[in-house]
Design a protein around this ligand. Structure first.
Ligand code: APR
Length: 308
């Protein structure tokens, strides 16, 4: 039987995630939104591309969670995006209210699903979904690290004029200005980038990565990034549905790993059919660890505000 992925929020990120998932023929897709007609119209439009793309799957849009029943994965993108000058954290209270509306309905329709949270501020919204759902941590993940590391990989590949396929990059920490791109673990064809890019220039690329979302918001003026965020989401969906055991940075609920307890923070995770199958612990230098703890502290501040 075909797998089923529901996406809550049929806006830019949600609809584009549906597009990537359908184009890779990963699963039937259900788009849900509170806006009447939007999920129905976008789903029907996407469905009509399937004969051209030679993909056999169904795409359905609805305002009703019944359509999402028994999903294997539910991606949550409902929420307002950032506006220029707005930090991800400004979104906190608005998107928390939306999360309170959405997660209970998702869980009632799909009690066995794996949740992937995309709404910002990411780590706090993942923590909210984890608490509201009552699911174990294996089944609630946040999408941020795949996107942040893809941004870092893009800048490294451009800098060195090499294929993006040669570049691996690692980014830890919360999804925000305090994220921790790990240059030591970022490589080009196995060679650490610290041997290929001068420290000052590397610092600039790291800063651009940390401000990657804001750079796009500044261009767009209304709305925020969605092609890369939705592509990153589809990669997580694929790793889970195909039980790939793929290691990628995701926001996960830490229970003592990296010295952090009871908090969603971005760390290397192994994704497979059970969702989060392992948190990979890597040795950090004192400086890297301090940056990670600082990033975790900023996530903690947000979760304290909403009390999750
Ligand atoms: N239930 C269902 N859908 C909702 C709800 C709700 N309670 N509240 C809002 N939505 C829908 C909106 O109607 C809209 O269609 O969520 C959608 C959000 O889409 P966009 O405004 O296009 O925002 P997008 O760019 O997709 O970003 C969504 O993902 O990356 C994050 O920061 C981003 O938090 C934001 C989220």
């Amino acid at each position: 039987m075909r797998k089923k992925v529901s996406i809550i929020g049929a806006g830019n990120v949600g609809a584009t995630a549906a597009h990537w998932i359908a184009s890779k023929e990963l699963a039937d897709v259900v788009l849900v939104d509170i806006a009447e007609g939007i999920p129905q119209g976008k789903a029907l439009d996407l469905l009509q591309a399937m004969p051209i793309e030679k993909r056999d799957l169904h795409v359905l849009g609805s305002n009703d969670y019944d359509a999402t029943a028994n999903s294997d994965i539910v991606v949550i993108t409902a929420g307002i995006p950032r506006k220029p000058g707005m930090s991800r954290d400004d979104l906190l209270n608005t998107n928390y209210k939306i999360m309170q509306d959405v997660v209970g309905k998702v869980v009632a329709a799909s009690p066995d699903a794996i949740l992937i949270v995309v709404s910002n501020p990411l780590d706090a919204m993942a923590q909210a979904a984890y608490k509201i759902s009552g699911f174990n941590r294996e089944r609630v993940l946040g999408m941020a690290g795949v996107l942040d590391s893809a941004r870092f990989r893009t800048f490294i590949a451009e800098e060195l004029n090499v294929s993006v396929e040669n570049v691996t990059a690692f980014v830890l920490g919360g999804h925000g200005d305090t994220m921790v791109p790990l240059a030591r673990y970022s490589t080009v064809a196995g060679i650490p980038i610290t041997e290929l890019i001068a420290p000052d220039r590397l610092k600039q690329l790291i800063e651009r990565t940390a401000n990657g979302g804001a750079e796009i918001v500044k261009h767009l003026k209304t709305g925020s990034a969605y092609y890369a965020p939705s592509s990153a989401t589809a990669e997580m969906v694929e790793a889970i549905l195909k039980d790939k055991k793929k290691i990628m940075p995701c926001a996960a609920f830490l229970q003592g790993e990296y010295g952090i307890d009871g908090l969603y923070v971005g760390v290397p995770c192994k994704l497979g059919e059970r969702g989060l199958e392992q948190i990979i612990q890597i040795k950090l230098t004192d400086e890297e660890n301090a940056a990670l703890q600082k990033s975790a502290a900023s996530v903690k501040e947000l979760v304290n505000v909403i009390g999750v």
